[in-house]
Ligand binder design. Sequence first.
Ligand SMILES: Cc1ncc(COP(=O)(O)O)c(C=O)c1O
Length: 395
Amino acid sequence: MRPLASRISVMSGEGALSVFARAKELERSGRSIIHLELGEPDFHPATTVNDAAKRALDEGKDRYCPIAGVPALREEIARYLGETRGVKVSASNIVIAPGCKIGLFMAMMALINPGDEVLYPEPGFPAYRSITQGLGGVAVPFMLAERNQLQPDPDEIAAKITSRTTVMITNSPGNPTGTVYTNEVQRRVAELAVRHDLFVLSDEIYARIIYGQNYVSMMNYPGMEERTVVIDGFSKSFAMTGWRLGYSAAPASVVSALEMLAVNSYTCVNEFIQYAAIEALRDRNGNTPRMVAEFEKRRQPFARELSSISGFRCTPPQGAFYAWVNIADTGIAAEEVCRIMLEEAGVAAIPGAAFGDSGKDFVRFSFASSTATLHEAVERIRRVSPAWERTAVAR
Ligand SMILES: Cc1ncc(COP(=O)(O)O)c(C=O)c1O
C-alpha cells in the first residue's frame, strides 16, 4: 500500500485522550475511577441555552448558513469581547468555527508556510507543536520555567526570533500550568511581535477562568490589533465542550483567509447551536461567574492537599482549572506516578511530558470535579504514595 502523507508522521495525539481511554477500560472492568485527566468543566450550560437551541430547531434553524457565522452571533461575540476584555473588534472581524481547536487549526493554516518558525509556550497545549509540524513549519518552544514562576521569559523569546519566525502563539491563562501572563511579559512580547512583524495567535480559551485579576488580551497592546488573532470559544467558559463551538477574532485580511479555509472544509457551523450560543454569551443568570467562583473555592485547598502528598509540590494556578504538580521528589518518573495512581488508586491524571519534554517532572490534574471528589482523589493517592519509594528503591 502507498504510504500516507508525510505530515501524519510528524503530528502527535493528546496525552489526555490516551489516559482517558485506559481509565474507561478500567471502569468497564468494574473499577471506580476518579477522572482528573480531562479539561472538561463539571458543569452544563444554563437551561436557557438548551432552551434556545430547542427553540432554534423548532424554528427551522437547521440549514446551511453564512460561512463566517450567523450575523447575530458575530455581533454578540464582538460585544462580549469588548465587555469582558476591552477588545475593540466588530462583527466583521469574527469567524465562527466548530470548536476552538478548529479555529486554531484554520488560523495556523492561514498564517504558516512550510519552513516558517513558530514560537509556542512549553509546557503547552499539544496541538501548537503538532499542527505547526503538520504544516511543515518548525516548532520553536519558549519555556514556562519554575524559576520564572512559569511565566514566559521575553529575553529568551527575543533570542529565539530569527528571520524565518512568522508566528508566535500565546496562551494565557495557560494549559497546563494555569499561568496568567503578567502585564509586563505581555507588553514585552507585543513589542517583539511589532518589531519583528510577527502574527500573534492568542489562545484565550481560559480568559474568563481567572482568579482575582482582570484579564488583558494580547490584542490590547499598541500595534497588536493588525497582527493578533484571538482564539476563544464556548467549551470552557460556558461548559459547552461537546457543542463544538469556537471562534477567531482577526484582522480583515486574516478573516478572508479563514472564510476561504471554511468554504473548503466545514462550510459553516451548526445553525441552531450558533443561536443557542448567543444566549450563552448574554449569560443573564451569571452562570459563568458562578462556575468560576466554584473553581476558585477548590483551587487553593486542592493545591494544598496535593502538596501534602509525599514528593508532590504545587502552587495554586492563577487561571484555568489545572493543578500542575512537580513530582521530582518522588524519585520516579511522572509516567510511573500516573500509572500507579491510575492502576492502584483509580485516579486518572496526565504525565507532564504530554505537554512537551520540559513537563517531564510534572503531573497535570484537572480540578473540574466536586470538592468531595477531589478530596477523595487526594486520599486515594496518599494511600498508594509509599509505592513511590518502593519503586525507586527497586530500581
Ligand atoms: C489551550 C487550549 N486551546 C484550545 C483548546 C481546544 O478547545 P475546543 O474543545 O473548543 O476545541 C483547549 C482544550 O482543552 C485548550 O486547553
